[in-house]
Write a protein that binds this ligand. Structure first.
Ligand code: ARG
Ligand code: ASP
Length: 722
């Protein structure tokens, strides 16, 4: 019995100690040094310099941060940008009216003149990345306090940015990597005239909606198209009718050949946030404490909203977006717990930590510097646990009850007004009013009342009473601790739910209104909840979290020194990264094995006539019946989506997926549910990113929308028919 146990331990340690091909979100400027060899061994045919070079147009010049929340790829010499439907959704929604319902029916501009402007939307190119670690950390000493350290760093950064070599229209920022052990400077170019060019109807662009979200096998045509406009000099310019389509340094060639199982792919984009180097205790708390409580709160909130959406058409329209947003993370966290549990993430982290500690103990110098790191982190996380839990309760609950959101906006405005000119009150007044106009349009007091009742019960009953607001307890007591009675009381007399009245008061006599409203019951109640949170939770939470951040910074540095054989990549931080892997199916669960590709046949298998999630447009059904796939089909079938081992996260939506030659083969938009723990503990056995096949995108543009003029702009290639 002993020998196999020993082998198991060794193989687990090896799996965590050595980097696994596929894992990692790599900095483009380090590819040549760190990754090129491995990428070539996995099937890449181009060089690292074809991907990132500052002297000639490289693939990085065809990738943009889309509005700061998604990624886009340049697919024509006239500035055409491809991103996801869910990334362009806000723009599509803003242009939609009852007569022109672009969400339901799709939108296709026939020429430049029909392309629609989107104030506020932008696209940022990365011109250059420099390692500025030395300059940023100059003058930093181990003896410094955190705030001394930070002020030296801030000064160095502002000095660097003042002297950075760049053109006048370009910008720069510096960001910390590896828990602020390294710093990189980015020179960027941001275009702010971004116009909507095309989007399929929701029945294609969000086919499967929440039911299929995070799920493989998938059949969603999750894409939309925009165009970057520039001034006559091709430089960034504010919107103007005189602006012209931007001519990019580089655009992506599009492959009509697709990819097969095991083919090399890479995804180039702007991943948002990962935490791959946590202490095992932190991972344990995510699995046992934080994810479960957030899921439980959202379970209740979603059940309430769903109940109303099912019986009321108006509420369905008002709450569809909110529901999708709440359910997106809710579903992801469930997959995360499942994946972390199934791959023994905590046990694996512990084994890794044991190996780390063993090596540290063997070196007198490391032992002095790093000897107590792990136990210090354990202690800090033990202390953090109750505050982390209270933080989740507070944020989740006050974030879902919209009466509090109204109270927060109005109270913030009131405080600004009394602040005596330090802030621009009149600008804030306009902004609050405008945001409330939009807010009330999508607000139903009936739904909110129900949310209040069930969520406030959790706030009071499921938490340690020491963190609960005393005002809440007093009010409840006055209502005989009957949540229904208390809720009816509050909503029965709530001024704040009457949108028209509030907006009129803010229009006619805002100063008076803000003065009177300060005694409003909900505002007073909410203020006490905020106060209770600040006093009982936030202070301590921040103090412990700051301690953890410092320990984690040292732990990161220590891991890089001690675990020499491991190849480290920095956690995602909304900067440009490349991830690579191979097209691959996976064993999702016991007895469930998934293919790597889906086809239009699968869309038809899921088709439910007239359904909110699974309807299919008649024209697609007809094209399917006639097998009219043009040059986009393969052996009589039309590819729709595929999966690979690329390590992606939120923010990678809309990222171009490229083949070994650097041609566009797909568009990243999601991950498979079983592997959403890739944000914390990537595992190549179950982590898969989901991409829509570029041939499906082209088929929709060409055959469905008959927007051949867009296809003509693109460069279509056949790399496999060389
Ligand atoms: N799960 C994907 C990503 O996190 C897609 C989200 C949009 N789709 C949806 N049905 N909510 O963000
Ligand atoms: N759907 C995500 C996004 O919007 C991508 C992911 O989390 O895999 O960025």
């Amino acid at each position: 019995m002993r020998a196999p146990k020993c082998f198991l331990v060794i193989s687990l340690v090896l799996r965590c100690s050595f980097s696994i091909a596929s894992e990692g979100m790599w900095l483009p400027l380090l590819l040549e040094k760190l990754n090129e060899k491995e990428m070539k061994s996995l099937g890449m045919k181009i060089s690292a310099r074809d991907i990132y070079s500052i002297n000639s147009g490289s693939l990085k010049d065809a990738v943009v941060s889309f509005g700061g929340f998604c990624t886009g790829g340049i697919i024509s010499s006239k500035g055409l940008v491809l991103t996801n439907h869910h990334c362009g959704f806000d723009a599509i929604q803003n242009h939609s009216t009852l007569e022109h319902n672009y969400i339901r029916d799709g939108f296709w501009a026939k020429d430049y003149r029909e392309e629609l402007t989107n104030p506020g939307l932008y696209a940022t190119f990365i011109i250059r990345i420099d390692d500025v670690t030395k300059a940023v950390l100059t003058g930093v000493t181990p003896a410094m306090t955190e705030s001394e350290r930070q002020s030296v760093i801030d000064k160095n950064i502002s000095e660097l940015r003042k002297n950075v070599k760049k053109e006048t229209h370009q910008e720069s920022f510096v960001r910390g990597f590896f828990e602020a052990n390294q710093y990189y400077l980015f020179v960027t170019e941001t275009y702010r005239d971004i116009r909507l060019v095309g989007a399929p109807p929701s029945s294609i662009g969000t086919f499967g909606k929440d039911t299929d979200n995070w799920i493989w096998p998938r059949h969603t045509g999750d894409f939309s198209m925009f165009r970057i406009y520039a001034g006559k000099d091709n430089k960034p310019a504010e919107y103007s009718a005189e602006n012209v389509p931007y001519v990019p340094k580089r655009s992506l060639s599009i492959s009509l050949d697709g990819v097969n199982e095991n083919d090399f792919t890479m995804v180039f984009g702007f991943p948002g946030r990962t935490t791959e180097y946590l202490h095992s205790e932190a991972v344990k708390q995510i699995i046992e404490v934080n994810d479960p409580v957030k899921i439980a709160i959202r379970d209740k909130a979603l059940a309430v909203i769903d109940g109303f959406m099912r019986k009321d058409e108006q509420i369905k329209i008002q709450y569809a977006e909110k529901y999708a947003l709440i359910s997106n993370a809710w579903k992801k966290w469930q997959g995360e717990i499942l994946g972390l549990t199934r791959t023994n993430a905590v046990a694996r982290k512990k084994m890794y930590e044991a190996e780390f500690q063993k090596r540290v103990n063997a070196s007198p110098q490391w032992k002095t510097e790093y000897g107590t790191l792990l136990s210090d982190l354990q202690t800090a996380y033990d202390e953090l646990k109750p505050y982390g839990l209270a933080n989740d309760y507070y944020l989740e609950i006050t974030g879902k009850i919209e009466l509090f959101s109204i109270a927060r906006r109005i109270n913030t405005l009131r405080i600004l007004k009394n602040n005596g000119g330090k802030f621009d009150y009149s600008a804030a007044l306009t902004k609050t009013r405008d945001s409330l106009v939009v807010f009330y349009r999508e607000f139903s007091p009936v739904v909110d009342r129900q949310l209040f009742e069930v969520l406030m019960e959790m706030y009071v009953k499921d938490q340690d009473s020491r963190v609960v607001s005393t005002k809440v307890l007093e009010e409840l007591k006055a209502a005989n601790n009957d949540f229904k009675k208390w809720t009816n009381d509050i909503y029965g007399g709530a001024e704040l739910t009457a949108g028209n009245k509030i907006l009129a008061s803010l229009e006619q006599n805002p100063a008076d209104f803000l003065e009177k409203i300060k005694d409003n019951r909900v505002i007073v109640l909410y203020a006490d909840m905020v106060d209770a949170y600040n006093r009982n939770v936030a202070g301590k939470l921040n103090e412990i979290q700051n301690r953890i951040n410092i320990l984690q910074r040292t732990y990161m540095q220590a891991q890089m020194a001690v675990m020499k054989e491991k190849k480290f990549y920095p956690d995602a931080n909304r900067t440009l990264r490349l991830t690579y892997g191979n097209v691959k199916g996976f064993n999702a669960r016991d007895g469930v094995k998934y293919d790597h590709y889906t086809y239009l046949d699968g869309v038809m298998e899921k088709y439910i006539p007239g359904d909110y999630e699974f309807d299919v447009p008649e024209k697609i059904r007809k094209l399917y019946r006639n097998k009219d796939y043009g040059q986009y089909g393969k052996n009589g079938r039309l590819p729709v989506c595929f999966i690979a081992t690329n390590h992606t996260t939120g923010g990678n939506s809309g990222s171009p997926a490229l083949d070994g030659y650097g041609n566009l083969v797909g568009l990243n938009f999601d991950r498979a549910w079983e592997g959403t723990m890739s944000d914390i503990n990537y595992d190549p056995s179950i982590c898969r990113n989901i991409m829509v096949d570029i041939r499906y995108v082209l088929f929709i543009i060409d055959k469905y929308a008959e927007a051949g003029q867009l296809i003509k702009e693109m460069k279509l290639v056949h790399p496999k028919k060389k």
